[in-house]
Design a protein around this ligand. Structure first.
Ligand code: GLU
Ligand code: MG
Length: 444
């Protein structure tokens, strides 16, 4: 735990003159209030009041006074905000409370804290490690983002270097400056698509890291005159961007998912957690795959999951057990999440689903070791394999029917979230797309 005097000393040493106090709305969009560094002591003592009424999913006008409480462990200087004279900008990620000082139930970070507390009461520490993918696109002459990738641009480009590779390196340097431990990065399958993996951490830290990561990637791209996007499927007929998430539970410092004597080296706890994930998968999708566009990624042929099954050998299943099954490395990888999700809510629902499996002693079905994409419907029925929701509307239906996941979100967020997502679906439903014009305009 960091103490206030140490952080203030560091802010002084690093010549930080402004500090952003950050939090996220229910959609996972980072918001911030900026204060001069000399106001920090006051902010630590009293918090910073702000009007929450215009934040998506926050409160009604009459109860709009909200307080930001900086989490001292989250201080970081923003490397891309350093002035020429050396003055810098820092940030804290904050918890949100109401006028009574109690945690605000509309704060996504609180939803995750609640889930972590439940794990803690059951004796577990929850760890998660994400694999976020994203595209880098050029901007058009009008400054707006296009879907023209660097790679394609590079083909006609006079520049002798691969700009995207340099940007990726700059992103990684920036992350390292912000104390990330970057483990790997690579160009992904699709043109213009990249993946950067950073080290797993406990759930709360990982959610903070995902929010920070998205900011860093976008800020560095911006600096370089291009646009980075975490939209799951920006271009049809090529791979979309996922955010596979590795999950594990530790109990008294040992990996609770590991049992060297069991089949697949997976403990009973791991099996029950897995069963919980599978049972709640349709409702979880509403959170881990939160946009209309998310479901255009979850189609056959692009390495994204569709079928609710697990496997120790292949990547077509929703949950994969990675090959490294050591006492420290045993974990499961949920392959559905995409990087447009609110990371706090997404990790909270994954964790709560797994804990529900443990609490109820659920049993996971047998793993599927064949390629499920090649099964016909009858074979899928034989194996009892269900599919993920086909679109956002189906996902929200599933969420509304799943008491465990609704409870994981809490009434406040569940209501606001469902309302916002239904509205998004209704707007989309009424929209006439180019596909329809191409298919019908001249035909009928
Ligand atoms: N881009 C793929 C997806 O949408 C994943 C590719 C991979 O890393 O296996 O999930
Ligand atoms: Mg990948």
């Amino acid at each position: 735990m960091t103490n206030a005097d140490d952080v203030i000393a560091r802010i002084h040493d690093e010549n930080i003159d402004f500090v952003r106090l950050q939090f996220t709305d229910i959609l996972g969009i980072v918001k911030n209030v900026s204060i001069p560094a000399n106001q920090l002591e006051k902010a630590f003592e009293e918090g910073i009041w702000f009007d929450g009424s215009s934040i998506e999913g926050f409160v009604r006008i009459q109860e709009s006074d909200m307080r930001l409480v900086p989490d001292l462990d989250t201080f970081a200087a923003l490397p891309w905000r350093r002035d020429e004279d050396g003055a810098g900008v820092g940030r804290f990620i904050c918890d949100v409370t109401g006028t009574d000082g109690e945690p605000f139930e509309g704060d996504p970070r609180y939803v995750l804290r609640r889930a972590m507390d439940r794990a803690d009461e059951m004796g577990y520490r929850f760890n998660a490690g994400p694999e976020p993918e994203f595209f880098i696109f050029q901007r058009g002459e009008d400054g707006h983002a296009t879907t023209t990738t660097h790679d394609a641009g590079g083909y006609f480009d006079m520049a002798p270097k691969d700009l995207a590779m340099d940007i990726r390196r700059e992103i990684i340097h920036t992350l390292v400056d912000m104390d990330f431990e970057v483990e790997a990065s690579h160009h992904e399958v699709a043109r213009g698509q990249h993946e950067i993996d950073f080290k797993y951490a406990d759930g709360l830290r990982t959610a903070d890291n995902i929010a920070t990561f998205r900011n860093v990637v976008r800020a560095v791209a911006e600096h370089n005159g291009v646009h980075a996007t975490f939209m799951p499927k920006p271009i049809e007929a090529i791979n979309g961007s996922g955010m596979h998430t590795h999950l594990s539970l530790f109990e008294d410092g040992d990996n609770a998912f590991y049992d060297g004597r069991a089949e697949f080296d997976l403990s009973e706890t791991a099996h029950a957690f897995l069963a919980g994930l599978l049972e709640h998968a349709p409702a979880i999708s509403a959170v881990t795959n939160p946009t209309v566009n998310s479901y255009k990624r979850l189609v056959p042929g692009y390495e994204a999951p569709i079928y609710i099954a697990w496997s120790d050998v292949n990547r077509s299943a929703l949950v994969r057990i990675p090959a490294s099954r050591t006492p420290a490395g045993a974990r499961m990888e949920l392959r559905a999440p995409d990087p447009s999700c609110n990371p706090y809510l997404a990790l909270a629902v994954m964790l709560q689903a797994g804990l529900d499996g443990i609490e109820r002693g659920l049993e996971a079905p047998a793993p599927v070791r064949e390629n499920i994409y090649e099964f016909d419907e009858q074979k899928r029925r034989e194996y009892g394999i269900e599919t993920l929701p086909a679109n956002l509307n189906e996902a929200i239906d599933a969420l509304e029917e799943d008491e465990v996941i609704l409870e994981a979100l809490g009434d406040h967020i569940a209501d606001k979230y469902i309302q916002a997502k239904r509205q998004e679906w209704n707007e989309y439903k009424a929209y006439v797309s180019d596909w329809e014009l191409d298919s019908y305009l001249e035909k009928y």
